[in-house]
Unconditional design. Structure first.
Length: 606
């Protein structure tokens, strides 16, 4: 019995050892298979990338600051790329200490000692589909990842603008394409979902600079006086906590128009010092430009603020005010140089009458693009007006006959809260009613050159009609409503750079002259400035792609690439890695909860 029992124990022990070996083997095999699958997934399906620079801002962020404006409450991002060496990733002696808000232009100084969220964050982490372009060819406006053709060890991310075999013309902020020299240039138009994804904010009544308003800052939205009325029928309410505009019903159209203005950096400095508001004419305006808050970072030497142990010197224990603490070496521009005529208006309205007409209008080169909606029926009418007369500008699709008035149906009917949006991007009008694109009975595309030659493509203004000086408007006829929020957006302006010159004007034209012209509408008909803008042409072979960054003024893209043999303004098919799908991990927040995920910026890349 003892012998049998011992034998059974030995057998049991042997089986147990074999089972342990088998278990370890299976674990190792599982790990190996997992690694193989992960490698295959990375090589052929998808891969994660980190955005290194701000060339695609504000769509995608490189190393950056993420802050809330202390003046108006607007959250925005600003570049911190200069704090890191682009080749090694190591710290430089540059330190970002302030930036400028995209809407109120207020200067925001960072509290580097006491606010953990005022530190610099790493770039967005994105997921790139490598399998996407196996199924179909890349499409215009895709966000693509590729190997830099002049150094294949570097990965770049840009937006695809030019396709194989095309000829490109970058002119007036837009991109034109054609297949051959014998064909006419056709503007490259964005579909509605890309317009919404790529538009950039200019103004938003939700974010108001409270301290300016308390000191007499006028509303940027002002009623247009009716010749028959002693007072406007719009009642604008603006205080540090709220903005709204209420319309009383009248038989004639009543407009509320956007007048673009802001305090310059020097004016903000003066106001911060003495709290005195300069004299501002409510109806004064300047042209909207391709100003990008992401590019407005103030820089000083890191060694002036931190000691050798990385501790902040005592005099900087608090919010750093660069304009009286130190003289920054790289102050931001007050504004940018390129006038943007492609704009969008976005309105939240509360209608309190059962009938009447709700109208929105955009102006470009003196041409008024107007959409009227009958509140009782939801029927929309779209037309272009020149000098008060209907202009035959809409192309009508493939038909050679231009169309003067288009009709469509909307869900915007009756009393209640509604949202109405209108965009004029890339020579096309797009209207959204309650989030849905309005389908008209003919295409809403047009050819601006049919009414404006190259020399006439400039802003227009008269004492009786501000036109491009107040280019976004909302109005009503026999309608009672309140506008509860109004936003202005602009399109990306693609700069036709020459060499390393990231501006549309020749180098001999002084920045001060451009700024002075932009803020004095009476000069627009006299100057030749707008006819001096650069343009640039490119030609692509059958396997070449042309990418550009959304941050056109700060993007080292195909416009400027070159090697010892000359220009290399393209990416070959073999260097294409894939399509950017989503931001799966933007920077985390350091407070109030450390390492808290930044859920608001997670999502698909459009």
């Amino acid at each position: 019995m003892t012998t049998v029992a011992n034998s059974a124990k030995k057998k049991s022990s042997s089986e147990s050892t074999q089972e342990e070996i088998q278990s370890v083997r299976e674990t190792i095999e599982s790990i190996v298979v997992a690694f193989i699958l992960a490698f295959l997934f990375r090589a052929f399906v998808a891969e994660a990338f980190v955005i290194p620079t701000g060339s695609m801002a504000p769509t995608l962020m490189g190393a950056h600051k993420d802050t809330v404006c202390e003046h108006c409450g607007k959250q925005y991002q600003a570049s911190a790329s200069n704090e890191f060496d682009s080749n090694t990733g190591s710290r430089t002696d540059s330190l970002v200490i302030a930036s400028t808000c995209p809407t109120c232009r207020g200067i925001n100084a960072y509290d580097l000692a006491n606010n953990a969220n005022h530190g610099s964050f790493s770039g967005d982490r994105i997921l790139v589909s490598k399998f996407d372009y196996v199924l179909h060819n890349p499409e215009r406006w895709d966000v693509i990842v590729f190997k830099y053709p002049l150094n294949a060890r570097m990965n770049y991310i840009k937006r695809l603008v030019g396709l194989p075999g095309e000829k490109l013309l970058v002119k007036g902020g837009d991109v034109y394409v054609r297949g051959s020299e014998s064909e006419p240039w056709t503007i490259a138009r964005k579909p509605p979902h890309k317009i919404r994804a790529m538009r950039q904010v200019v103004a938003d009544t939700k974010y108001q600079p409270a301290e300016l308003i308390e000191s007499g800052w006028p509303s940027l939205w002002q009623p247009a006086l009716n010749e028959q009325e002693a007072a406007p029928n719009w009642q604008v309410t603006q205080n540090p906590k709220q903005w709204s505009a209420e319309l009383k019903p009248t038989e004639s159209i009543q407009w509320l128009r956007y007048y673009h203005k802001f305090l310059t950096s020097n004016q903000w400095k003066d106001f911060d010092a003495n709290k005195q508001m300069p004299q501002i004419d409510p109806l004064s305006s300047r042209l909207i430009t391709d100003y990008q808050a992401y590019n407005t970072s103030y820089h000083i030497r890191r060694s002036n603020v931190y000691d050798a142990n990385g501790k902040i010197y005592r005099e900087f224990q608090g919010s750093i005010r660069p304009y009286f603490k130190l003289n920054p070496s790289d102050p931001p521009q007050n504004d940018s140089e390129q006038w943007v005529g492609d704009l969008a208006g976005d309105f939240d309205v509360n209608i309190t009458s059962d009938s009447g007409t709700l109208s929105v209008m955009l102006v470009e080169c003196g041409i008024e693009f107007r959409c009227d909606i009958d509140i009782a029926t939801g029927k929309a009418t779209l037309q272009a007006l020149e000098g008060g007369q209907a202009a035959a500008i809409f192309t009508g699709g493939s038909s050679p006959d231009a169309t003067t008035k288009l009709s469509g149906e909307t869900s915007l009917r009756g009393q209640g809260k509604h949202r109405l949006e209108i965009a004029n991007f890339d020579d096309q009008i797009v209207v959204w009613a309650n989030g849905k694109v309005v389908a008209f009975d003919a295409p809403t595309t047009f050819k601006l050159e049919s009414l404006r030659s190259d020399k006439e493509r400039r802003p227009y203004w008269t004492p009786a009609n501000p036109m491009d000086a107040a280019p976004v408007a909302i109005g009503g006829t026999a309608l009672a409503m309140k506008v509860e929020r109004a936003k202005v957006w602009r399109d990306i302006y693609y700069i036709a750079i020459q060499g390393n010159n990231y501006r549309d004007f020749p180098t001999h034209i002084d920045d001060a002259k451009i700024a002075s012209t932009y803020e004095h509408p009476e000069l627009w008909s006299e100057t030749n400035l707008f006819s001096l803008r650069n343009e640039r042409k490119y030609a692509l072979a059958d396997d070449h792609y042309f990418p550009m960054g959304d941050n056109s003024a700060q993007s080292a893209d195909a416009r400027a690439w070159g090697d010892e043999h000359g220009d290399h303004n393209y990416v070959e098919q073999r260097f294409m890695l894939g399509k950017a799908l989503l931001v799966f991990w933007p920077h985390y927040w350091n407070r109030p909860i450390p390492f808290f995920p930044n859920f608001s910026r997670m999502g698909m890349i459009r």
